[in-house]
Design a protein around this ligand. Sequence first.
Ligand SMILES: [Zn+2]
Length: 344
Amino acid sequence: MPIPRSGVLAAVVLMVVTLSPGGTAAGGTRDGDAAAQLRKAANKARTDLQAATRQMEDRRRALAGSQDKLRATLKDLAAADAQFDRIRGPLSRLANASYQQPGVVGSMAVFGSGGDMSALRSTADVDHLADAQQSLISQADRLQKRKQELASAAQELQSENAVAQTRLKQQIDGLKQKSAQLTAQLEGMLRKLDPDKRLELGCDKSLASESTKFPNGLIPDKFLCPLPQKGMKLRADAALAFYKVNAAYRRRFGHNMCVTSSYRSLADQHRVYAERPGFAAVPGTSNHGKGQAVDLCDGVENQGSTQFNWMKANSGKYGWFHPTWAYSNPFEPWHWEYGTDSEH
Ligand SMILES: [Zn+2]
């Protein structure tokens, strides 16, 4: 069975064409569609490759079975050969005897090896000897026939297996090629995505609930998602919302938001606390330690600035807000949080 390689590749190529600049993706933002398309294409590539791999494995198993059959046939052939060799001697003696003494054949041929010749003759059981001759000849016939059958079966299996081996090798080469092509195509699609979308694809929302199982400031790195700002990280749900507010900010101000602090480990919070005791949150209580707070710059840190006011007016749409306490206790216009406003 041939692999439906051309179908898979055509589908991927179609996706790439749809995603390329100027492509017409219907509904929603083009990048939103692109991310969904990429996920879909990756899933399809994976299932197609899995199906083709299973097909190849079936073929490999069938070939192994056929090779076993070939081995068994060759073994049978060797056994038939050995059996034939055992009767070859008596058979040729029988032939010689019948040529020299047409009357007394069998006795000499089958048993005749010198000493007991006269004893054999004395039994004069000619019928019995004739039966023995006849049985020897038909045994030889049967064995010859079986040897021919086995030899031709083995030859057939050998050539079938050679063809199957070639096809299997072609299929494996095809799979390797297909896997490489699909990987390259999908990577190409990924590169075409907007950097925020790339981060979004890599940020698994389900990690958010996992990360809440860890104490404040002790969330392992793998449960956090990176922000576009180098070295900055947040809990998955906060990060996903941050990508959106950051994109809106960039549309308004022409560049990414400026972040001086995001998730803070317990040790980092301790350092901040040690510098400003009474102002910074006590280690183990900060929303930075939950991965759902950022400290901003680029003007946002000044209450009443254009940037601060823009954030005040727009961040709520994306689940971000400036907490009530941060207006006075202590005054931290740069501090923004994800979730719901609660005094703490
Ligand atoms: Zn802060």
